[in-house]
Write a protein that binds this ligand. Structure first.
Ligand code: DSN
Length: 412
């Protein structure tokens, strides 16, 4: 057999062993990283398909290469499904990531130096919403709205006040570490009152939105998302908008920011969007939120400080300084026990971003692996044993492993 045809395990044994180690890591540990998820087999099959061969710069019906008959049909289908799912007039399914989706929206309506109003990263926003180390903070003039210092919730009156004073050209509603509902309609009203555009970055909430259990962003001028978080699709991004922005968005994605679209990912996005329309997906999304609520409830019962006292989504933040730890310490103690979270700033954090005072906990992945509300007390107990009771995490590792082996659905 030629080296081109051999399976990875016989051609490159050392690479295959890394693949197996990663599978073991994923399926023998409790992954609570809020932005990660396990895609369905159909999505993974699409990502690994022969659609990865094809160059298709351009858009359906208007490509720079021959042989685009089937990729055109795939991309058209992905676009139609995305529009239907989010109930919006236009979709571009080519962005390689959420960051590039945001960049394309900025490019389509902003000039260098234009003003953006957004939630800062340390209050739960996102790097691309104007952080000073990111292109968004370097190219645009960014003003942030803070969370309410007592409730840690978005204060819409304050957002409106700042918007009226600052007159931004773009307001961003969306977050990577905000566990409560975002009222996108109210943001649109504020944007209208100051003549600003509204971008809803729903990367974290998209799966809950299409399942109808999180506020709809459809009144926003632009909606961006990743496809791999709560949507359970492939790594990638999408942009939705009103049809009047179609040309400027398309030009911003290609040829301005990107070259050839990844047609294998676009096939996988179409597969993901098909799955998202099913009752099974809606039930999955509901379970993600129920699991997050239940996990937060058990941590609170054990006197851990869950920011905002719970969650209305797939994730929540835990303040670990109140139990004598930093975020980075909590993350690494849990990792030793086989539980993955990420250190995260909490609102008004006094620690630097590399240290953080909190951890972010999410349930999309464990729900994909079949954990139910009834398992959450046990997951909380593991966390409490490590963080609060300070039991040696390596002693718990085997218990966590056995829990995973016994309770995770066999996916592969
Ligand atoms: N890195 C993602 C997250 O963890 O939320 C956002 O891009």
């Amino acid at each position: 057999m030629s080296i081109f045809e051999e399976p990875i395990y016989s051609a490159f044994e050392y690479l295959n062993s890394l693949l197996n180690l990663e599978k073991k890591r994923l399926f023998e540990s409790i992954n609570l990283i809020a932005s990660e998820n396990l895609p369905s087999k159909a999505v993974l099959e699409a990502v690994g398909s022969v659609f990865s061969v094809k160059y298709a710069e351009g858009y359906p019906g208007n490509r720079y290469y021959g042989g685009c008959e089937f990729v055109d049909r795939v991309e058209t289908q992905a676009i139609e499904l995305a529009k239907k799912l989010f109930d919006m007039e236009f979709a571009n399914v080519q962005p390689h990531s959420g960051a590039q989706a945001n960049q394309a929206v900025f490019e389509s309506i902003l000039k260098d130096g234009d003003k953006i109003l957004s939630l800062s990263l340390d209050h739960g926003g996102h790097l691309t919403h104007g952080h000073k180390v990111n292109f968004s903070g370097k190219r645009y003039n960014v003003v942030f709205y803070p969370l309410d210092p007592k409730t840690y919730l978005i204060d819409l009156n304050l957002v409106e006040e700042i918007a009226k004073k600052e007159k931004p050209r773009l307001i961003i509603a969306g977050a990577s570490a905000y566990s409560r509902e975002i009222d996108f309609d109210a943001f649109r009203d504020i944007a209208d009152s100051v003549g600003a555009y509204l971008l809803a970055d729903v990367a974290h909430y998209a799966g809950l939105i299409v399942a109808g259990i999180y506020p709809s962003p459809k009144r926003a001028h632009f909606v961006t998302s990743t496809t791999h978080k709560t949507l359970r699709g492939p790594r990638g991004g999408i942009i939705l908008s009103q049809s009047s922005f179609a040309n400027s968005i398309n030009r911003a994605v290609f040829p301005f920011l990107q070259g050839g679209p990844h047609m294998n990912s676009i096939l996988a996005k179409a597969v993901c969007f098909e799955i998202c329309q099913t009752t099974e997906f809606k039930q999955y999304a509901e379970k993600v939120v129920l699991n997050a609520e239940e996990l937060a409830r058990h941590l609170i019962l054990n006197d851990l400080n869950v920011i905002t006292g719970g969650t209305s989504s797939h994730m929540f933040l835990v303040d670990v300084v109140s139990i004598g730890l930093t975020g980075i310490e909590a993350q690494s103690l849990l990792e030793e026990a086989g539980i993955y979270v990420n250190k995260n700033t909490i609102p008004y954090d006094k620690n630097p971003p590399a240290v953080c005072s909190g951890i972010r906990i999410g349930t999309p992945m464990i729900t994909s692996l079949g954990l139910e509300v009834s398992h959450m007390a046990q997951v909380a107990e593991f966390i409490v044993k490590v963080l609060k009771e300070r039991q040696a995490p390596d002693n718990l590792r085997e218990e966590v492993r056995q829990f995973c082996i016994q309770n995770f659905k066999k996916i592969f």
